[in-house]
Design a binder for this molecule. Structure first.
Ligand code: ADP
Ligand code: MG
Length: 608
């Protein structure tokens, strides 16, 4: 029998090994950026063509390499970062396996230009599909530039396996964020097909996050911080407004290195359990610092997974600090809604159609207790935010008497008893706050924010579905505008119509109001429209670019009842009712708390 075992040629072995490290253009970006940072680069640029298929180029102003090192760098297991096996446990740099460059060079054409600070000229190395093509002196700046061209040119199957440019581009930016966030003190420029995507100056962490995520992140981030002997935790967590339906902005950095960690993600997600719609994922940017020897980062070739020595303890600490962060900003009102539970703020009045959600406060709820409450709170989250809640009839079906119950005396008694509990339960303070008793204490609702939230969701719904009812004005009203106002308003007319504001162009700088939403009753619609325009113009540039959310927000702000407006029982009743039908009753769209609960504990303490 002939021998069948053969040694693979190096180039093939390299290609196979490369498959582990280099899966797509984004992997190249990650490795090159990490190397640039390890080399002490302070200004790093990333240039990408065709989502990395044609070119990925990373330039840094770091240490640079000597002539010999420039050649050596492409050898497998060539690394300047580990000298002995024991070094593996005290790694502070990003890469350390000495595999990245060899892997990249196996599946692409690579040009390296590099120069150390104390040498006069640089050196250029060319390699293609692991084949050394040549090295020669070159004029270049101190630092290093890698050009990676025609990725996977020699592995057509892999090249074909790549997704659309948009998708690959998304992966690339994702890798970029994972480096740019923890290394906010480094300045980065990112170009794609000659367009500048990012130009980030060296800055603080918060500024960097806001630069990457957009301005709205600024007011929606909460700082967290905690120091223990096991781990120190810092960073930012997003208020509920920043949560999304899909995963994306979840960042854990361990010793400044991005990692994925399902178990720790749960520690964060569970801290949000009561305040996010089910299925929504909180955004976070969390830095964990641990002694390097207490983690194992070598369990995955791309090193985004980490094993901690004391994972459970870290879970607890992380969970508690997120909880604390949310609590500090009153993001957790510990409100509990449960179908069929006892009614605590029942506000049903015989002559109204409006029914109140069943608000129940759980005095037992302890945010720091993790196991026992889980099942319940999960149920709560989904019941709170299910679209069913928006549908009164269904939710309160149980509250109404069925025909069979009608005759029952006990039931009748209960009903009356409830009715008595219900009436006169709201107090308005200073024309600002609606106060009502709940099981665990006193709930205080900011009336203006509550109304803004209600209107916002309604307008937004209208803008999306284009079918909000408007009440026709008996006499259409002509409103004259300044040229500027007129030009600004025109592109929005259709949107406004679908939000129930029937404004039509009348030419010559004027519009005519044919109808407005029923909520505007009793107010001067012209004044409201002017206020809305004024607010929107304060912050927006191009009227064509204004999103529905901004329109809805500003409409809500312009048309919500002001502070100082005296509210009747019935109005407070209605408002509470509508508030708790909102998808997010706890927060205004700009992240301020709408309500808070003063717990019995607090009251008792004060009266001690
Ligand atoms: P690792 O980063 O795991 O050490 P790499 O294959 O990524 O392995 O890089 C091999 C070596 O090449 C590094 O250890 C470093 O000495 C050198 N090197 C790579 N990129 C740069 C750079 N941008 N500037 C200076 N040296 C670099
Ligand atoms: Mg490396």
């Amino acid at each position: 029998m002939p021998d069948i075992i053969r040694l693979l040629p190096d180039s093939v072995a390299n290609q196979i090994a490369a498959g582990e490290v280099i899966q797509r253009p984004a992997s190249v970006v990650k490795e090159l950026l990490e190397n640039a940072i390890d080399a002490g680069g302070k200004n790093i640029s990333l240039i990408v063509k065709d989502a990395g298929r044609t070119l990925i180029q990373v330039t840094d102003d770091g240490s640079g390499m000597s002539e010999t090192d420039a050649r050596m760098a492409f050898e497998r297991h060539a690394t300047s970062k580990i000298r002995e096996a024991s070094d593996l446990f005290s790694i502070h740099t990003m890469g350390f396996r000495g595999e990245a460059l060899a892997s990249i060079a196996a599946v692409a054409e690579v040009v390296l230009r590099t120069r150390t600070r104390d040498s006069e000229t640089g050196t250029e190395v060319r390699i293609s599909g692991s084949k050394f093509l040549g090295q020669e002196p070159v004029a270049c700046n101190p630092g290093t530039q890698f050009q990676v061209k025609n990725l996977f040119f020699n592995t057509p199957a892999r090249r074909k396996f790549l997704k659309s440019d948009t998708t690959e581009q998304k992966y690339i930016l994702q890798e970029f964020y994972r480096v740019a966030i923890p290394f906010h003190d480094i300045s980065f420029v990112v170009m794609h097909n000659n367009a500048e995507l990012y130009n980030l100056p060296s800055s603080g962490l918060l500024q960097r996050i806001v630069r990457l995520m957009g301005k709205q992140a600024l007011q929606n981030l909460v700082e967290i911080k905690s120091e223990t002997s096991l781990v120190s935790i810092s960073g930012y967590i997003g208020k509920p407004q920043l949560a999304k339906k899909t995963y994306g902005d979840q960042y854990f950095f361990v010793n400044r290195r991005f990692i994925r960690h399902g178990y720790l993600h749960k520690a964060v997600a569970q801290a949000y359990e009561k305040i996010l719609p089910s299925g929504a994922v909180p955004s976070y940017f969390i830095f964990l610092t641990v002694p390097p020897e207490s983690i194992d980062i070598n369990i995955h070739p791309t090193k985004t997974e980490v094993k901690f020595e004391d994972e459970q303890a870290i879970w607890q600490i992380l969970h508690a600090s997120v909880r604390e962060g949310l609590g500090k900003f009153n993001i957790i009102p510990s409100l509990d809604f449960e179908a069929n539970a006892g009614i605590e703020i029942p506000v049903l009045q015989k002559n109204t159609e409006i029914r109140t959600p069943e608000v129940q406060i759980d005095p037992e709820y302890n945010p720091f207790e993790k196991e026992t409450e889980r099942g319940r709170t999960a149920k709560y989250a989904s019941s709170l935010h299910s679209s069913e809640l928006l549908n009164w009839e269904k939710v309160y079906a149980g509250f109404e008497k069925t025909p069979e119950e009608e005759g029952s005396e006990a039931d009748l008694f209960q009903q009356e008893n409830r009715a008595e509990q219900i009436s006169g339960k709201f107090i308005q303070i200073k024309g600002r706050y609606i106060v009502t008793a709940v099981r665990s204490g006193l709930m205080v609702i900011d009336q203006k924010r509550a109304h803004e939230r209600i209107l916002y969701e309604r307008y937004l719904e209208g803008l999306k579905s284009q079918q909000t009812a408007s009440q026709q004005e008996l006499f259409p009203r002509q409103i004259s505008l300044t040229t500027d106002e007129y030009r600004f308003l025109l592109p929005m007319l259709q949107g406004l119509q679908s939000a129930g504001i029937d404004l039509r162009d009348f030419g010559n700088g004027s519009v005519v109001l044919y109808g407005c939403p029923p909520e505007w009753k009793g107010n001067d619609p012209e004044e409201m429209i002017r206020l809305f325009l004024h607010m929107l113009r304060e912050e927006e540039g191009d009227p064509e670019q204004i999103g529905r959310e901004r329109i809805a927000e500003n409409l809500a702000k312009a048309t919500a009842i002001p502070y100082g407006k005296v509210l009747s029982q019935e109005e407070m009743n209605l408002m509470t009712d509508q508030l708790f039908a909102c998808s997010n009753p706890s927060f205004s769209f700009d992240g301020r708390a709408i309500l808070t609960i003063i717990s019995l504990d607090e009251i008792e303490k004060k009266l001690r």
